[in-house]
Design a protein around this ligand. Structure first.
Ligand code: ACO
Length: 337
């Protein structure tokens, strides 16, 4: 994948949505055999948000998108393409992106889902960057959204303590940067990867062509997330480390050039181990896992938007992004905001 010497696209606005209902570790202690100290010690999570009955994935996505449109100073009619990173769509067909288009009142434009689990937002940004670079699209709405609470087995302590619901969004548009510009704003590097040899380490096995929904599949709980946690943990540390180093190299930067790290909030220990090896100190690593848990594809854009809105991330700041999830798929980027 070529590295742009001049950024072709940049983030014009971001937004996020978190449902109001909070489920704490103390709440989970009443549901499964777990403890607040185990969850906090192993993951860094204290609480997560849960979508109320009746709310669907596209509702959260549209709410996050509204915030991004407002920040960008754009209207729904300005959107040329909608990409929704999600593994928890409203339904298998049609794409959740189609419902988002309808809910935003956007005009007819290509709208499709990207299935790259926790890396879905970075996959979406990479696709958006390509379309903007060719001039085919001007404003691309990229959303990461998950309603994981509906695909979690709430009797399985090994998974139910990890995940939360939420949505994050960004509008990408042309960077306007030219050769020779000093510190141009935009995507300075972005790369995405998949290693399908480990595809079964994290999956929802039921409901597809392999195991269509049946009484038997439901009895066997195939509609829920199944995960080999330790396998994913090791893959995450190894691949996020190489992806972070690659992102810096492709952007022609060193660790010292990065102001903030905005990493997928899967597990505080994964982030700590990767950043210790990249040698970026915790004071530059943004975190919200304690409050929101693992929101999969929504994780990076929620964290980004929260920190833009508090002015923690300021215009011109360089941000290293990285995420890994089912597939196993992962990605990394360096963005000057
Ligand atoms: N409470 C108390 N004990 C628990 C719990 C719990 N909630 N869950 C598991 N345990 C127990 C296990 O049964 C085991 O007990 P045993 O030793 O008696 O057998 C013990 O704790 C250790 O279990 P491990 O699975 O070895 O715990 P580990 O330290 O690996 O932590 C975790 C588990 C947090 C899941 C970790 O492996 C992890 O974070 N993995 C990566 C998750 C991830 O990044 N997913 C990718 C993104 S998600 C996506 O793409 C949708």
């Amino acid at each position: 994948m070529p590295t742009p010497t001049v950024p072709r696209s940049r983030i014009l606005g971001t937004g996020h949505f978190l449902p109001p209902l909070v489920r704490t570790n103390a709440d989970l202690e009443k549901m499964v055999d777990t403890s607040d100290s185990w969850i906090r010690g192993r993951t860094g999570i204290r609480e997560r948000r849960i979508a109320p009955d009746g709310m669907v994935t596209s509702d959260m996505a549209a709410a996050a998108a509204q915030g991004a449109l407002e920040m960008a100073g754009l209207h729904a009619n300005d959107i040329d393409m909608i990409l929704v990173g999600t593994v928890t769509p409203d339904m298998p067909m049609p794409a959740t992106a189609a419902f988002v288009q309808q809910k935003l009142g956007a005009r007819y434009c290509p709208a499709f889902d990207v299935s790259a689990a926790c890396a879905g937002f970075l996959f979406g940004m990479s696709i958006a960057d390509q379309f903007i670079a060719t001039g085919q699209m001007r404003h691309v709405l990229v959303i990461g959204v998950e309603l994981l609470s509906r695909v979690i087995d709430w009797t399985d302590r090994s998974t139910c303590v990890l995940f939360g619901d939420g949505a994050g969004a960004a509008i990408l548009g042309p960077s306007g940067a030219k050769e020779g510009d000093h510190e141009p704003r935009g995507l300075l590097s972005i790369a995405i990867h998949t290693d399908g040899t480990t595809a079964m380490a994290l999956n929802i096995p039921g409901g597809g062509s392999a195991s269509p929904t049946s009484h038997e599949s439901v009895d066997a709980k195939l509609q829920y997330v199944h995960m080999k946690g330790q396998d994913i943990f090791k893959q995450a540390v190894r691949n996020l480390l190489s992806a972070s180093r690659n992102a810096l190299e492709r952007a022609g930067m060193t660790k010292n050039d990065i102001r903030w790290v905005c990493a997928h909030q899967a597990n505080k220990r994964i982030i700590d181990q990767v950043m210790a090896r990249v040698e970026i100190g915790p004071e530059r690593v943004l975190m919200n896992i304690e409050r929101v848990g693992n929101t999969s594809s929504a994780s990076v854009p929620i964290l980004l938007d929260e920190n833009l809105r508090t002015n923690t991330i300021r215009p011109g700041d360089t941000v290293l992004m990285c995420a890994l999830g089912a597939g196993i798929s992962w990605g990394s980027a360096v963005v000057r905001m």
